[in-house]
Ligand binder design. Structure first.
Ligand code: PLP
Length: 366
């Protein structure tokens, strides 16, 4: 007889990553996974290569050097940092650690898909709450709380919408949640945000015992291939997560490259400057073509095809793909008439404008 997985596992729709290529001939502009168009820090690349000299050794299971590099960069206590094989792994560890069958985890309508996956994998029940204007709605989240609520996942900024929740609103959310509910603030894109009323949540985590912030090296640090994430959390949460994590969950090359990346502020600054230059221009030029572009504070935008008569996101994706422009379908996020575009380098951005313009013209509506 075939062994049966936990029933909720069969409710999981496996995560579909952004495509690397459309399969068309010629150069591919991969704008489907919010990767850094400037690549990794050269210092991180050197450290990765140097790590090849001792591949027979297990890594430091506690990723001490990496935790210390992060702690020193952000002025945190290293013992309150835990590293993971991507922040996805940390989200999974949090779900496994805190959710039991019968518990509920809340996240928002267009929130990051991993929250649903890790909740179901833990045998718990996902509770999806509506957003307002493609952004998290604190009142809707609070209204969904029940005695079974154990975890609230908030992506801030959110992927794929690009919206963010202001520090005041996050505080209001936290204060409105009952005691004992874990708030997980996923701040994967925090470095990109240029808003005075935004806060990644460090202060809140530092001063409470029920809130966690997760971060990643996959986005601004350009190290997605190495799978490095970290979380800042209360001591008791860290202790519980260490019991659950794999003994050597972050590999040696990742630790070495991560330490070097943490020390390369110039590369982070260049990446921020690139995004600051291109995010407004990409948004405005695509709006000028007639498509909708909701405001984004991340390194990506949504392109809404609904405002253009005859346009269709799936057809546009195929049209762009044939021209080597690889965007991301977001129907799985409840946004079937939109595509997500990562801010690329100049060539990729120009290729996207040209392809979108050609697609629009091909619709015969001017
Ligand atoms: C990309 C992303 C992550 C990071 O995932 P890693 O596992 O660290 O690569 C986490 N949360 C959100 C919302 C993301 O978009």
């Amino acid at each position: 007889m075939t062994p049966e997985p936990r029933p909720s596992v069969l409710e999981i729709a496996a995560y579909v990553p952004g495509r690397a290529s459309s399969g068309s001939a010629g150069k591919q502009h991969k704008l489907s996974s919010n990767e850094n168009p400037l690549g990794a820090s050269p210092k991180a690349r050197e450290a990765f290569i140097a790590a090849a000299s001792s591949l027979e050794r297990y890594p430091d299971g506690g990723a001490t050097a990496l935790r210390e590099a992060i702690a020193s960069r952000y002025g945190l206590n290293a013992s309150r940092i835990i590293c993971g094989n991507g922040s996805d792994e940390l989200l999974s560890i949090l779900a496994t650690t805190f959710l039991s069958p019968g518990d509920e985890a809340i996240f928002t309508e267009h929130g990051f898909l991993v929250y649903r996956i890790v909740t179901l994998a833990a045998g718990a029940t996902p509770v999806v709450v509506p957003e307002t204007g493609l952004a998290a709605d604190v009142d809707a989240i609070l209204a969904a709380v029940t005695p079974r609520t154990k975890v609230v996942f908030l992506a801030n900024p959110n992927n794929p919408t690009g919206s963010y929740t202001s520090a005041d609103q996050v505080r209001r959310l936290r204060e409105g949640l009952p005691d004992g509910v874990l708030l997980v603030i996923d701040a994967a894109y925090a470095e990109y945000v240029r808003r005075n009323d935004y806060d990644a949540g460090i202060e809140m985590v530092a001063t409470r015992d029920d809130t966690v912030m997760t971060r990643t090296f996959s986005k601004i640090h350009g190290l997605a291939a190495l799978r490095i994430g970290w979380a800042f959390a209360p001591a008791a949460v860290i202790d519980a997560m260490h019991r659950v994590r794999g003994p050597f969950n972050v590999n040696a090359a990742a630790i070495a490259a991560g330490v070097a990346a943490m020390g390369d502020n110039a590369h982070v600054d260049r990446s921020i400057a690139h995004n600051e230059r291109w995010l407004p221009e990409v948004s405005e030029r695509i709006r000028a073509l007639g498509f909708g572009v909701p405001p984004s504070v991340g390194n990506f935008i949504l392109i809404d095809f609904a405002p253009v008569a005859g346009a269709d996101a799936k057809a546009a994706d195929a049209f762009l793909g044939a021209r080597g422009v690889v965007l991301r379908q977001v129907a799985a996020y409840g946004l079937p008439q939109m595509l997500r575009m990562t801010i690329g380098d100049e060539e990729a951005n120009e290729a996207t404008f040209a392809a979108l313009k050609a697609y629009h013209e091909g619709l015969g509506v001017g």
